[in-house]
Design a protein around this ligand. Sequence first.
Ligand code: FE2
Ligand code: FE2
Length: 297
Amino acid sequence: MTGPLDPATRFFPPHLVPYWSHPLVRELPDRRRHELLARHLYHYLTFTAHFETRVVNRATERIADGRTGLALPAAVRLDAYRIYCDEGYHALFSLDLVEQIAAATGIPPLPYAFDPFLRQLDGIGSELLPGEPLLAQLLQVVVVETLVAPVLAEVPADPAVLPVVRDVVRDHARDEGHHHVYFSRFFERLWSDLPTPLKRRAARSLPELIVAGLAPDLRPVGAALTVAGLGADAVRQVIADSYRTRRSAAASRSTATHTVRLFQDAGVLELPGATEAFAEAGLLPGTPDRPAPPSEP
Ligand SMILES: [Fe+2]
Ligand SMILES: [Fe+2]
């Protein structure tokens, strides 16, 4: 990317920004809204960079290195190293794009900490699968790599979005299509190798791992809205109205469709209490919506 950007540049599709149409956000001056969209993109990219290296590659490395306890063919391990490289590259181009856009626009990224989000995500595994940290991490990576986030399809499809952003997300989506297939097959191996008592425990933990994998990281949203000029009460209001809704629950269920089907096909839901746990989490069609419990802003 070269040269300064047009002030009308669209950094991200507004319909993918949950708070974009909130009345309190609509009242902000145009310049602040422009910055908010840039910061939403920064957040998406920065979160991606951390997620790839600290969540996906943490487990992928173990598969690649042969430290899962499973007897994996060399070809499966080699593919895990390929994914490890893909994810490292996704992190690299994500941060690179933030820096390029910040330099071209003069809109600085806000400080970001991934640790609170990671603690929350890992807390689910340690609570529901105590004594099985490796299994929790492997199930976690299967979940997050089989969720199909609408961002990956919708950003490249929006002709009004900055071309470099569309190109980066399109490349990422192509890689994630391969990863989706890999982790679906990996799950089948992992599952068939688990002893039945552990299968039962894992089956009941999977819905919560899905819900945790879908939970938005709201701290940076709060920070961006604050810098845009909203007071603490307004920030809380915008987040409550935008992220804890029936619509967001339905969107989560749609993002998790493939993941839930993968587990259904493997017989996970036939284990005692599993169907109830998936229904309780709002993950089965026709079950009441339960919005993902988001992290505190
Ligand atoms: Fe990735
Ligand atoms: Fe991936």
